[in-house]
Design a binder for this molecule. Structure first.
Ligand code: PLP
Length: 465
């Protein structure tokens, strides 16, 4: 039996019409898009679950803030509001706004990483990995084993494997590890949370070998909610107290504010102790001015800074977080009833459906997770994406298709956007596809691909039976 849906702690004041299409039309559209969902026009999508990044609905308070934004080039009131709010929540004295998460990485990472070095994370998000590599270093994932088994239900599947972390540090030599990155929640493992104890243990290893700890903080609030719910020592703490504690173990953070801060664009860098790290702050400011814009706006308009400051506060509201996580859990419980396998228990920002389990007869090189994504669009106009072999791409040395650990189709849920009826459409579509899954005999082949990050642009074609 599906669990109870947690009612929305808000009401709707403005609506956006979405186009209804027929199955025949959708079959035509996806063919025209060369079976790549990134090539679809947004307006041809009924429910858009491509990402939860920047697709959030802002509140009436945030829209009012947009009108109040101070557009001064230097020293805007909106900048000070953001800095004061972020300092209070995270406990870091230096706060640098930037235009999004990857900009934070671009500005910060070259200060720590260079040729021949390593960075180690519970799991790197793809842009984070790219910026480690652009700085000349190599990125190593170090997540706990249980994350790799989608049907294995346990708490904090996003954790760092702390024992293995220490082994890697000793193997590579502590002087060659420039940075440890703790990603909360662990996006690539399915939005799985990291426990407070795990952050503390990771910080201890970092301290022992004198390696700085950066928090990749896109989903700090969802992570704090899981900690409050599932970690004994934090049960009676507020979300804000938990976040403060989580960040107390890090030295700095990079953040995409397009997630838990509930805006459409924005990011931040934080440095806990700018007095002790004076050189670092000088480098951040220099890079920010070169790449993003002056220190007090960092590539954002004053109105964006204002909306960001308000979103920081709203994102901590426990009624909101209970509804937010509850919505994802409700969808997952409907899939449980139907025997559909996903990365379980569900994490914070979506459901990662195991397409390998749904199409056991379709091999990785025919992209089962892309098959499911295309079927979801044809079935109900739902746009999702492949997190599997199709996304992983080819071996850069041999050019051969890589075999991913997972074949996930990700349903990422935007914040405050869709209703229970929409969630039911998602569940019903997945159930309908599961019932006819055996009739879909073959997957897709690639007819054209660019050399890197191919999944965004590639052309595909169904393989004839
Ligand atoms: C989204 C994300 C990023 C990159 O942020 P953008 O705002 O998309 O540039 C980095 N790390 C994690 C964990 C993310 O989820």
């Amino acid at each position: 039996m599906a669990i109870k849906y947690i009612p929305e702690p808000f009401r709707i004041k403005m609506v956006e019409t979405i186009k209804m299409t027929t199955e025949e039309e959708r079959k035509e559209k996806i063919k025209e898009a060369k079976y790549n969902l990134f090539n679809l026009k947004g307006e041809d999508v009924y429910i858009d679950l491509l990402t939860d990044s920047g697709t959030n609905a802002m509140s009436s308070e945030q829209w009012a803030g947009i009108m109040n934004g101070d557009e001064a080039y230097a020293g805007a009131r909106s900048y000070y509001r953001l800095v004061n709010t972020a300092r209070d929540i995270f406990g870091y004295d230096y706060i640098q706004p930037v235009h999004q998460g990857r900009a934070a990485e671009k500005v910060l990472f070259p200060a720590f990483l260079h040729e021949g070095q390593y960075a180690i994370s519970n799991m790197f998000f793809d842009t984070t990995r790219a910026h480690v590599e652009l700085a000349g270093a190599r990125a190593i994932d170090c997540v706990v084993e249980e994350a790799k088994d989608p049907s294995r239900r346990c708490k904090f599947k996003g954790n760092m494997d702390v024992k293995h972390l220490e082994e890697i540090i000793l193997e590579k030599g502590p002087e060659n590890v420039g940075l440890v990155v703790m990603t909360v929640t662990n996006n690539s493992a399915g939005g799985q949370p990291v426990s407070l104890k795990n952050i503390r243990d990771t910080a201890e290893v970092c301290k022992k070998y004198n390696i700085p700890l950066n928090i990749d903080a896109a989903r700090y609030a969802e992570n704090a909610f899981f900690i409050k719910r599932d970690e004994e020592e934090c049960r009676d703490m507020t979300i804000k107290e938990i976040i403060n504690k989580m960040f107390s173990y890090g030295d700095m953070f990079t953040m995409s504010a397009k997630k838990d801060t509930i805006v459409n664009m924005g990011g931040m860098i934080g440095v806990k102790d700018p007095v002790k790290n004076e050189e670092l702050v000088i480098k951040i400011k220099a890079n920010c001015i070169s790449y993003e814009g002056f220190i007090t706006y960092g590539g954002l308009a004053g109105r964006d800074l204002e909306a960001l400051a308000i979103g920081l506060e709203e994102g901590l509201n426990e009624d909101y977080l209970r509804y937010r996580i509850g919505q994802v859990e409700y969808l997952a419980s409907r899939l449980d009833d139907a025997g559909i396998v996903y990365q379980a228990p569900v994490g914070g920002h979506g459901v990662f459906v195991d397409a390998k389990a749904m199409f056991p007869h379709i091999p990785y090189y025919e992209f089962p997770a892309q098959v499911l994504a295309i079927e979801l669009y044809k079935e109900a106009g739902i746009r999702t994406c492949d997190i599997g072999s199709y996304m992983l791409g080819n071996d850069p040395d041999t050019g051969e298709q890589l075999h991913a650990d997972f074949e996930f189709t990700r349903l990422a849920i935007p914040r405050r956007v869709y209703t229970q009826a929409h969630i039911d459409v998602m569940a019903d579509a997945l159930i309908a596809i599961k019932e006819r899954a055996h009739e879909i005999k073959r997957g897709y082949k690639i007819t054209w691909e660019p050399p890197i990050l191919r999944h965004f642009q590639a052309h595909l074609e169904p393989i004839e039976e």
